[in-house]
Design a protein around this ligand. Structure first.
Ligand SMILES: Nc1ncnc2c1ncn2[C@@H]1O[C@H](COP(=O)(O)OP(=O)(O)OP(=O)(O)O)[C@@H](O)[C@H]1O
Ligand SMILES: [Mg+2]
Length: 238
């Protein structure tokens, strides 16, 4: 279980996370919705030990262990796998090379114990197998996003953290992404999904948070949020 408690993060004097608390229990999918610039990436970076921003107060615990102040590689080694905003795949490496560079034994907890390897990621993303010898910069946006997720899976994370995976994807590709995330959910993988795409988050998540100007302004289930049109309109514009 990931537990973020009352964290305060800063870029210099700018106080961007103002007491955020949230949790991802094992086996659950949690979504954080929020518009541009509300602090979603800053929250992920704070969890992953990436600076900036600087976390000046609060706590980030994973399976009871305090992660604040630990370096990113250590946090990743504890089973937190990241799909960063903008994908960040290696443009000059092939699909297979991008995947193999990330391969690790990992924790495999929550994946029904089964490890991820090339065969298993190609089963989930058949389009990637057809492109296995192509370089990163030869892939479409949708293929790059699949590769970014596949690469994170190759590290065998026990918690998959994704920063706006639907960004820049055509609606048909967002639907495909939704189906792939649902497969991962059914396999028991814990996920933290940061999104602006309301439909995607609602289709995949067990719990939903909304972040507004560095604060959590809503927490509930998708069904509960659907029954709150004033919240959706005020914070998400949907
Ligand atoms: N490196 C930085 N230096 C200074 N301020 C930053 C930096 N990165 C982000 N910010 C500011 O922090 C606030 C939160 O940004 P953040 O990137 O976390 O938002 P976000 O919710 O991820 O937005 P988006 O949906 O556009 O990705 C914004 O006001 C942003 O301008
Ligand atoms: Mg962001």
């Amino acid at each position: 279980m990931l537990e973020v408690e009352n964290i305060h993060s800063y870029y210099g004097g700018a106080h961007v996370l103002q007491g955020i608390s949230m949790k991802v229990p094992d086996g659950r999918v949690v979504a954080m919705l929020g518009r541009n610039g509300m602090g979603k990436t800053s929250l992920i970076r704070s969890i992953m030990g990436m600076t900036p921003p600087e976390v000046r107060a609060g706590s980030v615990r994973y399976n009871g262990e305090e992660l604040l102040g630990r370096p990113s590689f250590y946090i990743a080694s504890k089973g937190l796998g990241l799909v960063p905003q903008g994908r960040r795949i290696f443009p000059s490496l092939t699909v297979v090379e991008n995947l193999m560079i990330a391969a690790r034994e990992g924790q495999a907890k929550g994946n029904n114990g089964a490890k991820w390897d090339l065969n298993r990621v190609f089963e989930l993303f058949p389009a990637l197998e057809r492109r296995r010898k192509n370089r990163g910069n030869q892939l479409s946006g949708g293929e790059q996003q699949m590769l970014a997720i596949a690469r994170a899976l190759m590290s065998n994370p026990s918690l998959l953290i994704m920063d706006e995976p639907s960004e820049g994807l055509a609606p048909v590709l967002v639907q495909q992404l939704r189906d792939q995330l649902i497969v991962l959910k059914q396999q028991g993988l814990s996920m933290f999904l940061v999104e602006q795409n309301f439909g995607l988050a609602m289709a995949v998540a067990d719990d939903v948070y909304i972040i507004e100007k560095g604060q959590v302004v809503y927490e509930g289930t998708p069904a509960d949020l659907n029954a709150r049109p004033e919240i959706k309109k005020r914070y998400l514009g949907v």
